[in-house]
Design a protein around this ligand. Structure first.
Ligand code: CO8
Length: 252
């Protein structure tokens, strides 16, 4: 199983466990996450959810490029829809969700962190939306959530520029709330989670609902634009070049 869930009192620790692929999200992993998040949503014994990645190198290095490479427009539309559905479920979870960003949070991995309520990062973490270099755009809600969190200018810089930013910059930009050393990241995250778990679930739920509201993110547009990029040359070239470890030659 690519997703592991451990309970510690009223805290659920969800670990994405595909360490060899830097925890990249394929459809199977997204479906497992959907199943686990649905169960946690309705579990009255769980008050706080913490999401992290297996190993020391990556939180999640993105959607699985090898799986996406040969998708057609329809398949890309469905894959984007699946990711959006799972991340919406997380964002709308009626209890706080904390991302413990233990390394690379790129593409779909950064989008996963954005769907959480709080982001605590290791000081070695790198965050980014590098999709542009693959000939695509973020397709799991990142275009809207990033702009909402750090503003349109910085979202443009990250999504058009495609560069990674370090944890300190992410902290300055408000993309993460706290930065910890490798020794501290999980203990401090769990300590904060325990603090939340000592409060009333009803009050936590009300606080989250009041802050988050029920805004329509307009993700349908992102899904459509994302999928259209799978009907041409550059997406396939970008992903093939990544897998072959060479620079892409974009022509469109
Ligand atoms: N997908 C699949 N495999 C991956 C991914 C990924 N996103 N990232 C890393 N891997 C694999 C590598 O292919 C490699 O596999 P192997 O050992 O079999 O060759 C293994 O993980 C280790 O990676 P590297 O050897 O590349 O490790 P490095 O330390 O050299 O580099 C990086 C680490 C910088 C994280 C590098 O792996 C990298 O750049 N990864 C890709 C990052 C990226 O571009 N992410 C965005 C992907 S696109 C996306 O997320 C779109 C989201 C919306 C999707 C919408 C639905 C269709």
């Amino acid at each position: 199983m690519a997703v592991k869930v451990q309970m510690e009192g009223a805290i659920a620790l969800v670990t994405i466990d595909r360490e060899q692929q830097l925890n990249a999200l394929n459809a199977e992993t997204l479906l497992q996450l959907e199943k686990e998040f649905t169960a946690l949503k309705d579990d009255r014994g769980i008050k706080v959810v913490v999401v992290t990645g297996a190993g020391k190198k990556a939180f999640v290095a993105g959607a699985d490029i090898a799986e996406m490479k040969d998708m057609n427009e329809r398949e890309a539309w469905e894959f984007s829809g699946l990711g959006q559905r799972v991340f919406n479920l997380l964002e709308n979870m009626p209890k706080p969700v904390i991302a413990a960003i233990n390394g690379y949070a790129l593409g779909g991995g950064c989008e996963l962190a954005l769907a959480c309520d709080l982001r605590f990062a290791g000081d070695w973490a790198k965050l980014g939306q590098p999709e542009i270099g693959l000939g695509i755009i973020p397709g799991f809600g990142g275009t809207r959530r990033l702009a909402r969190l750090i503003g349109r200018g910085r979202a443009m810089e990250m999504i058009l520029g495609g560069e990674h930013i370090d944890a300190q910059t992410a902290l300055e930009w408000g993309l993460v709330q706290r930065v910890y050393s490798a020794d501290e990241l999980m203990p401090k995250t769990m300590e904060f989670a325990r603090r939340l778990a000592s409060y009333s679930l009803r009050a936590l739920q009300a606080a989250k609902a009041a802050i988050a509201g029920t805004e329509d993110l307009g993700l349908h547009r992102e899904q459509e634009l994302f999928a259209q990029l799978f009907s041409g040359h550059d997406q396939r070239e970008g992903m093939t070049a990544f897998l072959e470890r060479r620079s892409p030659k974009f022509t469109e």
